[in-house]
Design a protein around this ligand. Structure first.
Ligand code: NAP
Length: 260
């Protein structure tokens, strides 16, 4: 199976911090020298990445489909060689349903983690299918979470949004499996990043999380191999325990549907 080193131009969302930033920088250092477009909202951080030789794009994913369509159109105008996207941007909030829940915050979390990812994929896929027809591989790579397999009850919106994108990714992979569009999935465990700053749990989690460098080494290896599921640690154990067997059922369902 082709790996990410076949890619000429890679868009990474959520590249201004944590996993996305580290991945974008590592991808740009691959011997194959792909063009890497780092996307995020914080302009000062994008400026730093530009100094490191990356292309940058200010992009707020917490928006509507039409705005995202315009963004995708302008990305493809500027980078017609785009052949990989890592949909990494994400937020995580805690909600306690025994107290007041900020519905706007919850809906924004679902929008960033799920709706925007599906919208980006919807608008990018026709471009990737055209590449596929010309014999070129391309990659759609959502970043989900172990909490999408087994939810953390204090982050109900986050866990559900990651479960949803995990399920969507599986369907997309099976739909596109007779094309050159490869649908991979990165399922991180608890990793050093800024994700938990909003909940104020970062200090406590520093004792438990996987150091970012270590995590990126494993993930880059998976991307180079072109592994379908790129995971490690607790998330990988959860995937193996609860999800791996689903593949057989999915194949049977697809077979039955094709006979209708
Ligand atoms: N770290 C973990 O323990 C862990 C575990 C499992 C899964 N994950 C997943 O890994 C991915 C990366 O998370 P991380 O841990 O690296 O978190 P992080 O350090 O908080 O980085 C999140 C990134 O998402 C971007 N982002 C947030 N809201 C955005 C918006 N409205 N529009 C565009 N970009 C936005 C941020 O950039 P700006 O603020 O500049 O926009 C930032 O670059 C997420 O999908 C997360 O769910 C992380």
């Amino acid at each position: 199976m082709p790996g990410i080193e076949e890619s000429k131009c890679i868009l990474v969302t959520g590249a201004t911090a944590g996993i996305g930033r580290a991945l974008a920088l590592s991808l740009a250092k691959l011997p194959s020298k792909p063009k890497v477009i780092a996307a995020g909202r914080r302009q000062n951080r994008l400026d730093e990445l530009r100094k490191e030789g990356l292309e940058t794009l200010q992009l707020d994913l917490d928006t509507d489909a039409l705005t995202l369509k315009k963004s995708v159109d302008s990305i493809l105008d500027k980078y017609p060689q785009l052949d990989a996207v890592i949909l990494n941007a994400g937020v995580q909030y805690e909600f306690d349903f025994k107290k007041e829940v900020d519905i706007n915050k919850l809906l924004s979390e679902v929008n960033i983690n799920y709706t925007a990812v599906v919208t980006m994929i919807t608008y990018l896929t026709p471009h990737f299918l055209k590449l596929s027809e010309s014999g070129r591989p391309s990659f759609i790579i959502p970043v989900t979470a172990g909490l999408g397999i087994v939810p953390a009850v204090w982050t109900p919106g986050y866990s559900a949004s990651k479960a949803a994108i995990h399920s969507f990714t599986t369907s997309l992979r099976v739909q596109l499996n007779d094309t050159n569009v490869r649908v991979l999935e990165i399922i991180p465990p608890l990793v050093e990043s800024e994700l938990h700053d909003d909940a104020g749990t970062t200090d406590k989690l520093t004792k438990l999380w996987m150091p970012l460098d270590e995590y990126i080494d494993v993930t880059m290896q998976g991307l180079r191999n072109g592994d379908t599921i790129i995971s490690t640690g607790k998330s990988f154990s959860l995937y193996e325990k609860f999800d791996k067997e689903k593949d057989g059922t999915i194949a049977l369902m697809k077979e039955a549907r094709e006979k209708w």
